[in-house]
Design a protein around this ligand. Structure first.
Ligand SMILES: [Fe+2]
Ligand SMILES: [Fe+2]
Length: 304
């Protein structure tokens, strides 16, 4: 099953030694040989990286439930995949490199935490199995939501993890919606749209029943589609009746959705996304909060 790519080990100097050629499958004998020679790392050509990433993404949900794979390996696979997603939004030229580095650190901590908790890992596996887009979107929302909390508010490490878990599970309810609706390339009918809108309440109920999630996590999952003017869902909360974490997640959620390709529309550019969101600030979001967000994600934006 391993993709057809060449593997290398490190020689005595700085040279790389071919370990498995391109066209030969990776066998158990290869694995045994690696263990016998005590090689900790194998290397691939950077050209082959997209193939390996695609392979990992396709098989991620299977990896996470495979008992023969160690927790440490699962952690690394989850982290590696998540980094690809974070890089997709954070490597754009308008983003500060320091923010990208910081997001990597935040997601690394989050994934470390997730991989040590069986209940968290199994919920995340649901997200990964549902649709890769949901996982990719959720990792991006988690990264930005944590970054925003870190930069704008003074919160402790535990709260940061709760915020990250809320971010990464905010659309868990989507796994309960029919793929026929989620993957529909055309515009949704009113009934279908109303069905999609149930995901935040359904996700909340699912996690609440599990009994292990904090209030911060639960409020993000339940209220990330509330709007500042009270026209959101499911509770039509208004203004600061919406918890701060849910408000932040809502801003990050909309930004991440706008700058990603979807079945029914192409991705907006960063500048376009900010323009659309600026026109909605005050109705959809708290204006000041959006301004803080804009300053964080747009290093070229004029301040003020
Ligand atoms: Fe959502
Ligand atoms: Fe979302």
């Amino acid at each position: 099953m391993f993709p057809a790519i060449a593997l290398y080990t490190k020689g005595t100097g700085s040279n790389y030694v071919l370990y498995k050629p391109y066209d030969r499958p990776f066998t158990l004998a290869d694995k045994d040989r690696l263990e016998r020679t005590n090689k900790q790392n194998i290397y691939i050509r950077s050209d082959d990286s997209p193939d390996l990433t695609a392979y990992i993404e396709e098989n991620l949900s299977g990896f996470l439930v495979d008992d023969s794979i160690s927790q440490r390996s699962k952690n690394m696979v989850l982290y590696q995949t998540s980094m690809e997603f974070v890089a997709e939004i954070m490597e754009a030229p308008h983003m500060l490199a320091a923010n990208f580095t910081r997001c990597k650190g935040l997601i690394r901590n989050l994934m470390k935490h997730v991989s040590t908790s069986a209940s968290l890992l199994s919920v995340l596996q649901e997200v990964a199995a549902g649709h890769l887009y949901i996982l990719s979107h959720s990792v991006k929302v988690a990264a930005l939501t944590m970054l925003m909390h870190e930069k704008a508010f003074n919160i402790c490490q535990d709260e940061m993890l709760d915020v990250g878990i809320g971010g990464i599970l905010h659309d868990i309810g989507m796994t309960l919606i029919s793929p026929d609706i989620l993957e529909k390339p055309e515009a949704l009918s009113n009934i279908e749209y109303e069905t999609v809108k149930t995901h935040s309440q359904k996700g909340y109920e699912l996690l609440n029943k599990a009994g292990v999630f904090s209030d911060i996590t639960l409020t993000i999952v339940r209220h990330h589609h509330e709007k500042w003017d009270g026209t959101g869902y499911p509770a039509k909360l208004k203004g600061n009746n919406i918890s701060r974490s849910a408000q932040v997640a809502a801003v990050c959620d909309i930004y991440c959705a706008l700058v990603s390709d979807r079945a029914y529309r192409k991705a907006s550019s960063h500048a376009e996304a900010i323009r659309i969101m600026t026109s909605e600030a005050g109705g959809t979001f708290n204006k000041e909060l959006f301004e803080q967000f804009r300053k964080i994600v747009d290093s070229q934006a004029p301040v003020g």
